[in-house]
Design a protein around this ligand. Structure first.
Ligand code: ZN
Length: 222
């Protein structure tokens, strides 16, 4: 606990607040972020924290030398961005109770305010279907990541076989030299009651988003 407290004051560690971890900022205007170069990206105007981006480019360049192309589908998404995704999915699931709609969306998507994509440390790579990574070119990419990503600081938070949280996501990777600390701070300072401001948010407390989703990750990413 002393370590977590210190993270707020140690100069070489990023200053983060609960608001930051809940995505209440604009990555395009944040001094610690940079834009992802087109050669690594599938669309313009995606951002990561500089340290995470630096590690990602080293990993992607190393992969490229072995014929593996890593391309970013999604990086930092702030609260407003996540809310747009969430509310569209929520509206599509009409005819169901709020609880049923929310549980369905939570299979793969985070409530606004509780996504690791808010942090500037997490990326979605190449394809948003697990099956893509289970054969052919996709399997080559996934096998390379499993073998090499940790060397560059990246970990897969949503692995198969966990008892809590989102389903397996073979495409989602997290830069743990920063995100381990952010996970600890989020677990301590974000409360379920603070996760609000979108459709179905009244279920956040009962579902216990903090314990089951924010902290329901692969133990190796802690
Ligand atoms: Zn993701």
């Amino acid at each position: 606990m002393a370590f977590i407290q210190m993270s707020f004051v140690t100069p070489d560690k990023p200053m983060v607040t609960a608001d930051y971890l809940m995505g209440k900022f604009d990555p395009a205007k944040h001094a610690d972020f940079c834009k992802i170069d087109a050669k690594y990206a599938t669309k313009p105007d995606m951002y990561l924290r500089k340290e995470a981006y630096d590690a990602f480019t080293k990993m992607a360049d190393a992969a490229q030398k072995e014929g593996i192309r890593l391309s970013v589908l999604s990086a930092t998404r702030n609260f407003e961005y996540q809310k747009r995704i969430w509310d569209v999915k929520y509206d599509k699931l009409k005819d169901k109770t709020a609880w049923a709609r929310v549980k369905k969306i939570l299979q793969y998507s985070a409530m606004p305010g509780s996504s690791r994509h808010h942090w500037g440390t997490d990326i979605d790579l190449n394809n948003l279907e697990n099956t893509h990574f289970e054969k052919g070119e996709g399997k080559k990419i996934y096998d390379w990541l499993v073998k090499n990503a940790a060397t560059y600081g990246f970990c897969q938070p949503y692995t198969a076989g966990r008892k809590k949280g989102y389903k397996e996501e073979k495409w989602h990777w997290s830069y743990t030299p920063l995100s381990k600390e952010f996970t600890a701070i989020a677990g301590k300072y974000i409360k379920n009651e603070m996760i609000e401001g979108f459709k179905g948010a009244e279920t956040a407390v009962q579902i216990d988003i903090v314990t089951n989703y924010i902290l329901g990750i692969n133990k190796e990413c802690f």
